[in-house]
Design a protein around this ligand. Sequence first.
Ligand code: NDP
Length: 386
Amino acid sequence: IGPYKGGLRFHPSVNLSIIKFLGFEQIFKNSLTGLPIGGGKGGSDFDPKGKSDNEIMKFCQSFMTELYRHIGPNVDVPAGDIGVGGREIGYLYGQYKRIRNANDQGVLTGKGLTYGGSLARTQATGFGIIYFVEEMLKEAGKTINGQTVVISGAGNVAIYAVKKAQELGAKVVAMCDSSGYIVDEDGIDLPLVQQIKEIERKRIKEYAVRKPSAKYFEGNKGIWTVKADVVIPCATQNEIDLNDAKIIVENGTFAVGEGANMPCTNEAVEYFLEKGVLLAPAKAANAGGVATSALEMSQNSMRLSWTFEEVDEKYDNYKQRVHRKNFYLRNGLQEMGFKYVEKDVKYEMLYVGKKLSSKVYDELMVAYAGPVYHKFRDYQADELID
Ligand code: NDP
């Protein structure tokens, strides 16, 4: 339905298995948006932490020297993910342009505004999660306004999730990086976090040094012991396991919004659902970034730059569509007795406790994002299992 689309990750943990699960997630996420993009993902086990700008630039240039032959505005259009933000996209794009000698702006998204980037892209993933959580809360007769919220991570997704949550009246009391977490009962001072993480590129620990009302704790697991009404994991995969989920429920949390990709383990998801916690799944909740990336691609193809309001209006249409489809899918599958199981990089669809036939599975996967699943009602029972 369109060029491959997904982020590039630079993190020492990156391996083929991680990229495969991210790519697989991305396919479903992108189809949920209804926009003309296929799914993809990429990255490197390069560790950007502690490297100078010059070292980062040199790595990005080397990486693109190989990658350029595999991507293109109509082939595969990478964006950022963990360890790849605006700075890295700029270095990557510069090298692509140098090699191809062409102004192919649509080859990467998340670009700077002076060379084909889109307004609202930087904020889109984080804002999108909060929009999604707010929709979910509305359905339950609640709102995020006045709620105490814990948001893990201190990167692109977390920062803009905090911003939107605060704008809508929530009190965010904790954030983290991979070294430790901060708790600020006065509410997180976001400009200070941005100064430390985005400008100085220092550790979150620094926040507690500069803000007397805050405490810093070493290690990142403890963040889930901080009492909150709503919890929004925005750091990385599997950051909430069953044990964390139990603590979260015990603390009275009634809603969880997955900002990172697959941040809750299967056991944690099952536990939340069993306990009646509202859960916004990542595939739908964090699709705002890639949807806005697709809008950046449209602007590049049209050689136009939309205003923030124009991007936001188009994004709003998509937002409502994703929410409807996610709701439809979740309820539709359950109604038909299917269970969608995610285990590491393996996905299975169970029907009355048995693995679904590969034929029906393939078709169901294709239909995943759309209303066409109704046709599976017409299958005979013996066609459902191999
Ligand atoms: P960033 O690199 O900007 O930020 C990641 C943040 O999470 C950093 O603060 C990092 O800390 C922290 N972190 C990483 N690993 C751990 C860990 N094991 N425990 C605690 N904290 C950790 O990445 P993004 O914000 O872009 O991405 C975050 C998540 O959102 C990922 O799962 C990504 O796939 C997903 N996502 C991102 C999108 C985007 O548009 N950027 C779109 C959709 C999903 P440190 O600095 O110490 O490493």
